[in-house]
Ligand binder design. Structure first.
Ligand code: GBH
Length: 493
């Protein structure tokens, strides 16, 4: 009985936003329907050899393009007040620019209106990695060295979406996790138009375009007077020195700079890149003009962190200089090493897929969450608080047992959500302005390069029949708000 366990000093504020998330290419399917143009992800799934586990594609995925009414009804039935999804740019502009595809806008009209009819508030991300293929081949997509074409095309897309839905959405995210689309996926020249940008420079050209596009979209939204907060979703983890040596402390600071700080320092601190980027990748790092710095500085209302996990950092065994000279990874000339297992403080760290190569990055580290949230608030001082815009747990070979009719047991994920939300409650009680949490994910879906082999869903999907089944973790998640949110009137059995 959760009520009996309730800690009376904990509570989620009444205006705390919480819900579940998805992203267009991972769930929609219908990739050739109603005028959608191809995105780079259609190439990754269909053309790039040995890139996706099981040669999976998003051609059908969860078929949410057609099943969204039942999907919204299923989350509304549990009392979930927010649904966070992304809009597909190559549906709205099949060629990334030019003619608007009205059919796509009518589709998202109905998706958003259906949410509102069910009293589920939509949260919209404009870009979750699915760049219109035409733009990749026209000028290199995010590797556009003019720093204008991709920015202008993105901002025009943002304008169309803001003007259509601006009064219906409480929280906007311009982009999902720039570090992933700028650094983690290959742009192999045999699949896309060749780029003249050297490999080591590519992440920084892409990141520069991201910051310009994000900043301009933010300024546009404010000048249009659209409702709702506007931010971007940063990817991250809490970064902890392995020992109390100063070398490990410096390695940890390099890790912050080369991950969150790369994008968060310009947006939240001073319109410019952090110190260690300037120190180690100055050859590759474009510069902002004074006007651009002023435009980017302050261009987010909340700090949105996809905050799944934590990692320990330690210094390289050779000197930093030798490490920088030798690294072949363009993203990590910061030369830190990570580890996930720390035997002296092992509480929970090895739960889940830690040992599994499918998701080596993700561990249950809820004990560290309050410190993580303090760190974000203290370092980047967001005006309207910190939101956790994704968190969740992937189980590679999940064995689901029916515990009640149609409800499947997923105890590891249940314990992740329970303990993680306790971490949020502790941070709130200590004065961190946490404003919302969005769980990843509404249901199992195309887990990018992992195909359908890693499952993050709080609902199971039978991909043959498209039938959805709640997992017990979904009830655990909802029950935490039933128990702790001020004024909660959820009625979950
Ligand atoms: C989120 O990214 C995505 O926004 C979402 O679309 C996705 O479904 C969800 O996570 C679950 O994965 O260390 O080489 O194993 C989380 C971002 C994904 C970024 C894994 C780092 C590390 C790959 N992280 N990635 S590796």
């Amino acid at each position: 009985n959760p009520a009996a366990m309730k800690n009376q000093s904990w509570s989620f504020p009444s205006n705390f936003f919480w819900g579940v998330a998805s992203a267009a290419y991972q769930v929609e399917g219908a990739v050739k329907a109603e005028g959608r143009g191809p995105s780079v992800w259609d190439v990754f799934t269909h053309r790039v050899t040995d890139f996706i586990v099981g040669n999976a594609t998003g051609d059908i995925a969860d078929n949410q393009y057609y099943l969204y009414k039942q999907d919204i009804a299923r989350i509304a039935a549990l009392g979930v007040p927010y649904y966070s999804f992304s809009i597909s740019w190559s549906r709205v502009f099949p060629f990334g620019r030019g003619e608007v595809n009205e059919q796509a806008l009518l589709h998202y009209d109905d998706l958003i209106n259906t949410c509102l009819e069910y009293n589920v508030q939509p949260i919209v991300t404009l870009y979750h990695w699915d760049l219109p293929l035409y733009l990749q081949n026209l000028y290199g997509g995010w590797l556009d060295e003019s720093y204008t074409d991709i920015v202008n095309d993105y901002v025009e897309y943002a304008r169309v979406v803001f003007s259509r839905y601006g009064n219906k959405v409480q929280h906007w995210f311009t982009f999902n996790e720039p570090i992933v689309f700028c650094g983690e996926y290959p742009y192999p020249e045999n699949y896309f138009k060749a780029t003249s940008v050297p490999v080591k420079q590519q992440p920084y050209v892409c990141g520069h375009n991201f910051l310009l596009a994000h900043g301009q979209a933010y300024r546009l939204a404010k000048s249009m007077g659209i409702n709702g907060t506007v931010s971007f979703k940063n990817n991250g983890a809490y970064r902890i020195p392995l020992t109390n040596s100063s070398a490990d402390a410096l390695a940890t600071q390099r890790a912050w700079d080369f991950n969150e700080g790369w994008f968060a320092n310009p947006v939240f601190i001073n319109g410019d890149y952090p110190q260690y980027l300037k120190e180690y990748v100055s050859d590759f790092l474009p510069e902002f003009t004074a006007e651009q710095k002023a435009m980017i500085n302050g261009s987010a209302d909340i700090f949105a962190e996809d905050a799944y996990t934590a990692q320990f950092y330690f210094a390289p065994s050779n000197t930093i200089e030798a490490c920088v000279a030798n690294t072949s990874d363009p993203l990590y000339p910061g030369c830190f090493n990570t580890t996930y297992t720390y035997s002296d403080q092992d509480g929970g760290w090895n739960i889940g897929p830690a040992a599994d190569p499918a998701a080596p990055w993700l561990h249950k580290t809820s004990d560290w969450l309050p410190a993580f949230l303090h760190y974000i608030q203290d370092t980047w001082k967001p005006r309207e608080g910190v939101a956790i815009t994704e968190f969740g747990f992937g189980e590679p070979f999940e064995e689901l047992k029916t515990i009640r009719a149609d409800i499947l047991s997923d105890p590891i994920r249940s314990s992740y959500y329970h303990d993680y939300l306790e971490g949020v409650l502790i941070a709130l009680s200590e004065g961190v302005n946490v404003v919302g949490t969005i769980a990843w994910s509404i249901f199992d879906n195309l887990e990018w390069a992992e195909g359908y082999s890693v499952k993050f869903g709080m609902q199971y999907v039978n991909f043959t029949t498209q039938e959805r089944f709640y997992k017990a973790s979904f009830f655990e998640y909802v029950n935490m708000f039933k128990t702790y949110q001020q004024g909660s009137n959820l009625t979950i059995a």
